[in-house]
Ligand binder design. Structure first.
Ligand code: MG
Length: 257
């Protein structure tokens, strides 16, 4: 099943995507008791929103050997975790706004599989972890590389407004064993790796994170970038595709200063 979030005149609403039509639901996808409303809109006419409601955006770094190597990082013994502010969330087809050049002149894309949490998870085991997942979506962990290197913490490098594009919808039945993450910029493939290349898989990530923080329904977990992350310039068109799920698109613009 695919859950979407759409902008309606009366406000945001969730829906189920079936055959290019979105049937709106009452309630939230992660709260039992939601129901179909019978009201449908064409996907082509819908304004899609990031299909999540994160109290926090969790992100894992250093999770593909190729990316660890290109960043000259040391491998992590445990999932390496950080947070992105919820204000960095960007809707599908949105615009990543680069920081003013006086703050950063080197921003990169990171195509990632994103987990959407379905029920409250605290101190869960790897064995039960996937039962806390509602589904998966695409994300771009946009990163200011120069600040990532020079700031004492990576909060600012990872946390600018618009630095967390997420969408286009939640796929509840993604086959992680065969899923691939692909990142394209202006039609050119820069990243393309199977999810199975992760150093720490999704159950391991969720078990590790839930040992120190409670994951809430609607929270999201970025699972790390494959190799091939690269520089973004104003005017770039970025696609994050997960085979079997869909494609998230965003553009890139310079700061208005
Ligand atoms: Mg990342």
């Amino acid at each position: 099943m695919r859950f979407t979030k759409v902008q309606r005149a009366e406000g945001p609403a969730y829906g189920i995507l079936e055959d290019d039509r979105i049937e709106l639901i009452s309630g939230l996808p992660w709260i039992e008791g939601w129901s179909r409303t019978g009201v449908a809109v064409d996907l082509a006419d819908a304004v899609l929103l990031a299909p999540v409601a994160p109290a926090k955006i969790v992100a894992i770094g250093r999770n593909y050997a190729a990316h660890v190597a290109e960043m000259s990082f040391d491998p992590a013994a445990e999932p390496s975790v950080f947070l992105k502010p919820s204000s960095s969330l960007l809707d599908p087809d949105g615009t990543v706004v680069l920081p003013p050049l006086s703050m950063s002149d080197h921003v990169e894309h990171e195509a990632e599989l994103v987990v959407v949490i379905g029920r409250e998870a605290r101190d869960i085991s790897e064995e039960e972890a996937l039962s806390y997942v509602l589904g998966f979506t695409c994300g771009d962990d946009v990163s200011a590389r120069d600040l990532q290197r020079s700031d004492p913490h990576i909060t600012r490098a990872k946390g600018f407004d618009t630095f967390a594009p997420v969408g286009p919808w939640i796929e509840t039945e993604l086959d992680l064993a065969s899923a691939r993450v692909i990142g394209r910029v202006n039609g050119q493939v820069r990243q393309d790796q199977p999810v199975s290349d992760m150093l720490f898989d999704v159950p391991r990530i969720l078990a590790s994170v839930s040992r120190w923080t409670t994951l809430f329904p609607g929270d999201v977990v970025f699972t790390g970038s494959p190799g091939g992350s690269g520089r973004l310039e104003p005017g770039d068109q970025v696609e994050i595709e997960i085979l079997g799920l869909g494609t998230l698109r965003h553009s890139v613009a310079a700061a208005q200063v």
